[in-house]
Write a protein that binds this ligand. Structure first.
Ligand SMILES: Cc1cc2nc3c(=O)[nH]c(=O)nc-3n(C[C@H](O)[C@H](O)[C@H](O)COP(=O)(O)OP(=O)(O)OC[C@H]3O[C@@H](n4cnc5c(N)ncnc54)[C@H](O)[C@@H]3O)c2cc1C
Length: 91
């Protein structure tokens, strides 16, 4: 799965009222593995639902909540790319 999920890969958190989390959102922290990304995104999605009064705000809030995790994931991929070309997915 790792060759398919890359830091520069398109992370898709959903559309409209549909939220994608974990593997479905193409999230993978190469240091934390798949379950950590699934838990982090599931929590971020739940927090977005809980804190949004208007359903149309939920997806935006979810993006905001998960931004640090996605940026962290990109840094991990970049770091791996510096130690092995096999992990040099980040462009
Ligand atoms: C062989 C293997 C080993 C792994 N080892 C590790 C490891 O050691 N550490 C680690 O962190 N990660 C590991 N992973 C990755 C980890 O399992 C996933 O990243 C994680 O489970 C993703 O969680 P998720 O909730 O996004 O998806 P999933 O855990 O895949 O959950 C999705 C659920 O949705 C259900 N589903 C699918 N379609 C439908 C539908 N149409 N209607 C209703 N339900 C549906 C599925 O049955 C499934 O229960 C491994 C993966 C594999 C395949």
């Amino acid at each position: 799965m790792m060759p398919e999920i890359q830091a520069g890969f398109h992370v898709d958190l959903g559309r409209g009222r549909v939220l994608l989390a974990g593997d479905a959102a193409c999230l993978l922290n190469p240091m934390g593995e798949g379950v950590s990304s699934a838990l982090a995104s599931g929590y971020a999605a739940a927090e977005a639902i809980k804190s949004s009064e208007n359903p149309t705000d939920i997806l935006h809030k979810y993006h905001e909540n998960l931004k640090p995790e996605i940026e962290y994931m990109a840094r991990q991929w970049q770091f791996l790319g510096t130690i092995s070309p096999n992990f040099n997915y980040y462009k």
